[in-house]
Design a protein around this ligand. Structure first.
Ligand code: SAM
Length: 279
């Protein structure tokens, strides 16, 4: 009989956030495949679990997945865990799940914490319909394009974000999506847990003098269907960005998704304003 592959959620901070079933499964399986074996060993030793560990991470999953599937075929039961939260959610696991399912192996989740659900549950933004976008692209151009593509999305938007990129991302979110309601959920379930709620501009000001640390989920109100912003507001934005030293092309790129004008139109409007201001 082939073994079972268990996808086990582990705490996202507070070590008490683990289910009784997760602890039992982690004790009973033949092997635990972990994203970082040293990290998982801390959790296991806290609960006195001595199951052997194998590493399964982004860099070895192409070779590790077939080997694990082979072990499952031979009858081993395996628990997959990531460093925190639910495996395969912005974490390694997807390839192993696909390979196991393709091999006819039973794959079963052991549900538990995930940062996106934990943050959303306490955010006070609509939870009936939401989109999880994972991490925004690191490169500015791709990040802005992604945000533009989300401009008309009416569902609540959920992102994971690295602390050193938060301020830059918030500036882009405000410029492209407009000054919407936002929640920054930081260090959820840990000692320094913090939920910052407000309009994006307000939160940007509040965080301006702070060094941002820790793990972060960003939750943004969906598009509420307000009419497209007027040309006057667009011109005001262009003037501000131009005065801050931004180049015409960059201004057109940045504001392209925010207004009901194409990048080309914004480019022309910016050039005209530039001419007027230099007369
Ligand atoms: N698989 C995990 C899950 O289910 O939540 C997510 C893994 S992803 C690589 C890590 C990101 O999740 C962090 O960069 C952060 O954005 C978010 N995250 C994880 N733990 C968090 C916490 N305690 N508070 C806020 N965000 C957290």
């Amino acid at each position: 009989m082939p073994g079972i592959l268990y996808i086990v959620s582990t705490p996202i901070g507070n070590l008490e956030d683990i289910t009784l079933r997760a602890l039992r499964v982690l004790k009973e399986v033949d092997r635990i495949a972990a994203e970082d074996t040293r990290h998982t060993r801390k959790l296991l030793s806290h609960y006195d679990i001595r199951t052997p560990l194998t590493s399964y991470h982004d860099h070895n999953e192409r070779t590790a997945a077939p080997a694990l599937v082979e072990s499952l075929r031979r009858g081993e039961s395996i628990a997959l865990v990531s460093d925190a939260g639910t495996p395969a959610i912005s974490d390694p696991g997807y390839r192993l799940v696909v390979a196991a399912v393709a091999a006819g192996i039973q794959v079963t989740p052991v549900p538990g914490p995930s940062a996106l659900v934990a943050a959303l549950s306490a955010a006070a933004l609509p939870t009936d319909r939401f989109v999880f976008e994972g991490f925004l692209p690191e490169k500015t151009k791709q990040r802005r394009e992604r945000l533009r593509s989300l401009h008309d999305e009416g569902r609540t938007l959920v992102f994971y974000e690295a602390p050193h990129r938060l301020k830059e991302s918030l500036n882009d979110i405000e410029a492209i999506l407009g000054d919407r309601a936002i929640v920054i959920a930081r260090e959820v379930s840990k000692v320094h847990e913090e939920f910052a709620r407000g309009r994006i501009g307000e939160i940007i000001n509040r965080l301006a003098d702070r060094e941002i640390r820790g793990e972060i989920v960003v939750i943004v109100e969906g598009f509420t269907g307000e009419p497209a912003l007027s040309e006057e507001l667009l011109k005001e934005d262009v003037r501000k960005l131009h005065a801050s030293g931004m180049r015409v092309k960059e201004i057109a790129e940045l504001l392209g998704g925010k207004y009901a004008f194409s990048k080309g139109q914004i480019y022309r409007i910016t050039l005209e304003l530039k001419k007027v201001s230099s007369r």
